[in-house]
Design a protein around this ligand. Structure first.
Ligand SMILES: Nc1ncnc2c1ncn2[C@@H]1O[C@H](COP(=O)(O)OP(=O)(O)O)[C@@H](O)[C@H]1O
Ligand SMILES: Nc1ccn([C@@H]2O[C@H](COP(=O)(O)OP(=O)(O)O)[C@@H](O)[C@H]2O)c(=O)n1
Length: 212
């Protein structure tokens, strides 16, 4: 089974993805870290983020072993990721890795922006997670502060809105729900309630299949 989770910045995709994968015994891929890793390589090299050739070679040289690097989590890297991720050739290079991850047994949960629309259009279950931008900014700010960063909530909100705008309006693989995605509004749910709501969606889809 493939579970696709998409949604805007800090909506809770990764948290749900990790918990769903644990619940079902599947592997989990936070696809945002892939674009963040490309962006970090560009920033480290002092490269212009719109340099297609350098971005493509950074994407080709990615090392999945480094996806856990905490330095990928920063706002600066997230911002840069939304610039490099708009380059169609970068997305093309990263497509097979994601599809292969999804196809390997026993099952997989992928979260990102275009999982249900482009990477896994035939996913068994698609969830589109949303939450009020102010709630998302609050949660992301608390997360950054817990890491010891000096985060300003208004600046985090502005960053989230700017990134959503860029991700929604790019010509290739824009952030949007697949027509068959189930909407999950995380604004007023704590993590446990969100996980339960996501499991309920998966179970309802499975039950519907068995009846057919
Ligand atoms: N339902 C929730 N209630 C409270 N905090 C949440 C909830 N879901 C996620 N969070 C927190 O919000 C932040 C962003 O969640 P995350 O899963 O990283 O979002 P995304 O992957 O969409 O960027 C994290 O600090 C996470 O612990
Ligand atoms: N499948 C994906 C995942 C992320 N991205 C890009 O990568 C950036 C960082 O993604 P992320 O999921 O780590 O961001 P957060 O929601 O965690 O803040 C996004 O703003 C997108 O521009 C993408 O284009 N496609």
């Amino acid at each position: 089974m493939i579970i696709a989770i998409d949604g805007p910045a800090a909506s809770g995709k990764g948290t749900l993805g990790k918990r769903l994968a644990k619940h079902y015994g599947y592997r989990h891929l936070d696809t945002g870290v892939i674009y963040r890793a490309v962006a970090k390589a560009m920033l480290d090299a002092g490269a212009d983020l719109s340099n297609e050739m350098l971005a493509v070679s950074a994407a080709l040289e990615l090392d999945p072993e480094k996806f856990g690097n905490p330095a990928l989590k920063t706002q600066q890297v997230g911002d840069a990721a939304s610039v490099v991720s708009a380059i169609p050739k970068v997305r093309e290079v990263l497509l097979n890795f994601q599809r292969q991850f999804a196809a390997d047994p026993p099952g997989a949960v992928l979260d990102g922006r275009d999982i249900g629309t482009v990477i896994c259009p035939h996913a068994d279950v698609k969830i589109f997670v949303v939450a009020d931008p102010r709630v998302r900014a609050r949660r992301r700010t608390l997360e950054a502060r817990a890491r010891g960063e000096d985060a300003d909530e208004a600046a985090v909100l502005a960053d989230i809105l700017k990134r959503d705008e860029r991700d929604q309006n790019r010509p290739v693989a824009p952030l949007k729900p697949a027509p068959d995605a189930h909407l999950l509004d995380n604004s007023n749910l704590d993590i446990e309630a969100g996980v339960r709501a996501a499991i309920d969606i998966v179970e309802a889809v499975r039950a519907g299949r068995q009846r057919v």
